[in-house]
Design a protein around this ligand. Structure first.
Ligand code: NDP
Length: 343
């Protein structure tokens, strides 16, 4: 089978492509420019998949018909392209590519993808919740209704992460709505993967930490570079997943019949920033000897820990049963990865 992966040069997407190739699929990746495509071509050729990987250029995913050519001849689709950064000046900067990109992919699949059996979309836990004031366990039934409302009220002065979360809510909602409206006309169904923060080793193109994607860059800053050192910051909690695990979930979503029509949270569990710092300092000898790691404020974790954001793992367990990487495994692999690059 041939699978189309959009935004193939992204942190999560390159792992999706690699896992697909390792499992015997052919892959067509979309990228915005030739140099990004050539990086991937070289990377996958070096791994021995040169004849199974091709890339096509899709410059603007928000443009009508952007994926019309890209979907031709594929059997399945993983749509991962969507902006994740904190530089949006207006909500539209993020909403347009997030929403139009997603709906556009489905329109193209409807029009030109007669062999497509399943479309998997990378949504986010940002579409499930907005950070709660008290510890809460969320499930796939939950929707983040707050972020879109806040953006509506605050417009251009909305915090970038609120705009980002809202973009994921609106994009995922649009995908389900499109599917409901057109399901009788298509032979495919839809599965949505909702990852929390994604960390772990990277294989996309990044010549320095500053060029990393948003989530891994924030991990680098806190766990390796030592910013900032306040109790308030270090006890901020969220949930996380290793990039290899959530990417595998995308592939299993393409392969698992029963995953059709489901949104699926893929979370390893909760963390606070001090947890990561503690794990980084626990590994001896250090996998990244070039750096003296921050120690944060260890007292943050001496009392009872409070994690505000928790996810019920039931659906993922039933459908996929992924053996998630532990924090220790992820940290070790990530630091070794940084070391290999001479960082
Ligand atoms: P990356 O920034 O590494 O990848 C994003 C990809 O989307 C890149 O290929 C990028 O292209 C492409 N893209 C972004 N904006 C546009 C646009 N306007 N037009 C065309 N292409 C665009 O991010 P991740 O791998 O982290 O994210 C991938 C997906 O996973 C996104 O949908 C994101 O919302 C979701 N996600 C990520 C999480 C995380 O913690 N990393 C958590 C939950 C969900 P280019 O490189 O050319 O900019």
């Amino acid at each position: 089978d041939k699978i189309l992966v959009s935004g193939a040069n992204g942190y999560i997407a390159v792992w999706i492509v690699r896992i697909l190739l390792e499992r015997g699929y052919s892959v067509r990746g979309t990228v915005r420019g030739t140099s990004k495509g050539e990086y991937l071509k070289n990377y996958f050729t070096a791994l021995g998949y040169g004849d199974k990987f091709e890339y096509v250029i899709v410059e603007d995913i928000a443009k009508e018909g952007a994926f019309d050519e890209a979907v031709k001849g594929v059997d399945g689709i993983a749509h991962a392209a969507s902006p994740f950064h904190d530089k949006a000046k207006t909500p539209a900067d993020m909403f347009d590519p997030a929403i139009q990109g997603t709906v556009g992919m489905l329109q193209s699949a409807r029009k030109n993808g007669p062999n497509v059996k399943r479309v998997v979309i990378t949504s986010s836990c940002g579409a499930v919740m907005s950070p709660p004031p008290v510890p809460t366990t969320f499930t796939e039934k939950d929707w983040n209704t707050q972020s879109p409302k806040e953006v509506e009220e605050q417009g251009n002065s909305s915090p970038p992460m609120t705009i980002y979360r809202a973009s994921k809510v609106l994009a995922e909602r649009s995908a389900w709505a499109f599917y409901e409206e057109h399901k009788s006309e298509v032979k495919w169904d839809l599965t949505v993967i909702n990852p929390p923060f994604v960390f772990g080793p990277f294989i996309h193109e990044a010549s320095s930490p500053e060029n990393l994607n948003t989530s891994l860059h924030s991990w680098w800053k806190v766990a390796v570079e030592n910013t900032p050192k306040t109790k308030e910051f270090l006890s901020i909690s969220n949930a996380w997943v290793d990039v290899r695990d959530t990417s595998l979930a995308h592939v299993l979503a393409l392969e698992t019949e029963k995953a059709g029509g489901e949104r699926i949270i893929t979370s390893s569990g909760p963390y606070n920033w001090q947890d990561w710092i503690d794990v980084v300092n626990s590994i001896k000898p250090s996998p990244l000897p070039s750096h003296t790691f921050p120690t944060g404020i260890p007292e943050v974790n001496t009392g009872e820990k409070v994690y505000l954001i928790n996810y019920d793992p039931k659906k993922e367990k039933e459908l996929f049963g992924i053996k998630f990487h532990t924090q220790l495994e992820t940290v070790k692999d990530t630091l070794e990865d940084f070391a290999k690059r001479g960082w």
